[in-house]
Design a protein around this ligand. Sequence first.
Ligand SMILES: *[C@@H]1O[C@H](CO)[C@@H](O)[C@H](O)[C@H]1NC(C)=O
Ligand SMILES: *[C@@H]1O[C@H](CO)[C@@H](O)[C@H](O)[C@H]1NC(C)=O
Ligand SMILES: *[C@@H]1O[C@H](CO)[C@@H](O)[C@H](O)[C@H]1NC(C)=O
Ligand SMILES: *[C@@H]1O[C@H](CO)[C@@H](O)[C@H](O)[C@H]1NC(C)=O
Ligand SMILES: [Ca+2]
Length: 440
Amino acid sequence: MRLAAHLCWLSSAVLFAQSVLVVADNETEEVRDETLQDACHVKLESREKCERGECPFQVSLPPLTLQLPKHFSRIEEVFKEVQNLKEMVNNMKKSCQDCRLQADDSGDPGRSGLLEPSTETPGEVADKKVRELESEVNKLSSDLKNAKEEINGLQGRLEKLNLINMNNVENYVDRKVANLTFVVNSLDGKCSSKCSSQEEIQSRPVQHLIYKDCSDYHAIGKRSSETYRVTPDPKYSSFEVYCDMETMGGGWTVLQARLDGSTNFNRTWQDYKVGFGNLRREFWLGNDKIHLLTKSKDMILRIDLEDFSGIKLYALYDQFYVANEFLKYRVHIGNYNGTAGDALHFSKHYNHDMKFFTTPDRDNDRYPSGNCGLFYSSGWWFDACISANLNGKYYHQKYRGVRNGIFWGTWPGINEAQPGGYKFSFKEAKMMIRPKNFKP
Ligand SMILES: *[C@@H]1O[C@H](CO)[C@@H](O)[C@H](O)[C@H]1NC(C)=O
Ligand SMILES: *[C@@H]1O[C@H](CO)[C@@H](O)[C@H](O)[C@H]1NC(C)=O
Ligand SMILES: *[C@@H]1O[C@H](CO)[C@@H](O)[C@H](O)[C@H]1NC(C)=O
Ligand SMILES: *[C@@H]1O[C@H](CO)[C@@H](O)[C@H](O)[C@H]1NC(C)=O
Ligand SMILES: [Ca+2]
């Protein structure tokens, strides 16, 4: 088949979706385009007349005629899958590094601090740690093997697609680009004569097509604190968040709120993953959503606290990122600034930065002989265990027993012994994030 004929067929078939293709299996092949009947009537030579190995189009053309755009998107899919796999492999590498870090750390002698529920002999601890690490390494290596197999499979598919389709796809893309260039050029010509001036364009309010978080609503002039729909990552569906448009210039996406005890925070991994509660009252937004929000932009974290005597203090952290579920929602917390004290980095032994998320049913904490989430009835980035826990039980007044209430270890006077062994409780707590580069 000659190239010119091929292009003619290709353009008509591609640009007019209603094209009909008739192909006889063995004898002369006839390609007919109903919408361009006489303009593009092509006869293809029969298979027997081709020299051996010299008929590249003949094998694949009939199905491709109708499916080119579909194949095109399949290639995109495969690229995406490969990208995902790459990310998985990177994640695994990172987790391996984590294992090493934890292994380095486990010899640390001074870990039986005042906030730890109980202790265990160092030998037992080390043994257990080694076994945990072993099983983790085994799991990782089998995951890695699966990933490799999957990559091989995808590679095979990719190669096949490449061989079969690349020529046609290239032609298709070339034509599209030519077409677009033509359209752009013609618009450009119109614009220079008719369109408004550059200054006028720039002074128009920014129209976002996608609102990634509350700061994007702030940017288009929204000033009332309420729920808005955000799409931090277009690959995933959008969701509702509560926006604080008042505190310190507004634009805050609220991740968590406590104010009356109406929502139970003693919940499972799954609940913390997807979120729970009422966005207008008490809630946890959900770890998957928090991950997407903190991944889409560099975020800062603000924590607001109020006690029952009406004292209000805050903590500001200049970075906040929560990794994905595969990495157990590990948190990254930047430098502190504020009035409530830096309870998230309390000391060398009580530091919530870089910790995994733990819930009563999923123990990822640094306390070897028990689950901090179960002990403190909360989902949180536990160390072993807490110098802060904003998801503890809501107490309407001071309480006795296990310190499983909302807790902020640097609150004024909180560590002084109270008469009767009472523990301090909080009236309100709130966590919210805003892009680092936000301009009020
Ligand atoms: C072509 O195919 C038809 C049926 O599809 C068959 O009847 C005919 O014998 C074939 N001709 C040759 C030359 O193979
Ligand atoms: C470019 O594409 C448009 C719409 O897809 C079509 O109407 C037009 O005829 C095309 N132009 C050329 C030069 O192919
Ligand atoms: C803390 O934040 C305030 C307000 O953003 C800023 O003015 C101040 O310089 C910061 N302090 C430090 C130590 O970073
Ligand atoms: C929290 O839930 C667990 C079950 O998941 C339960 O055993 C525990 O008693 C609860 N704690 C509180 C304080 O309600
Ligand atoms: Ca544990």
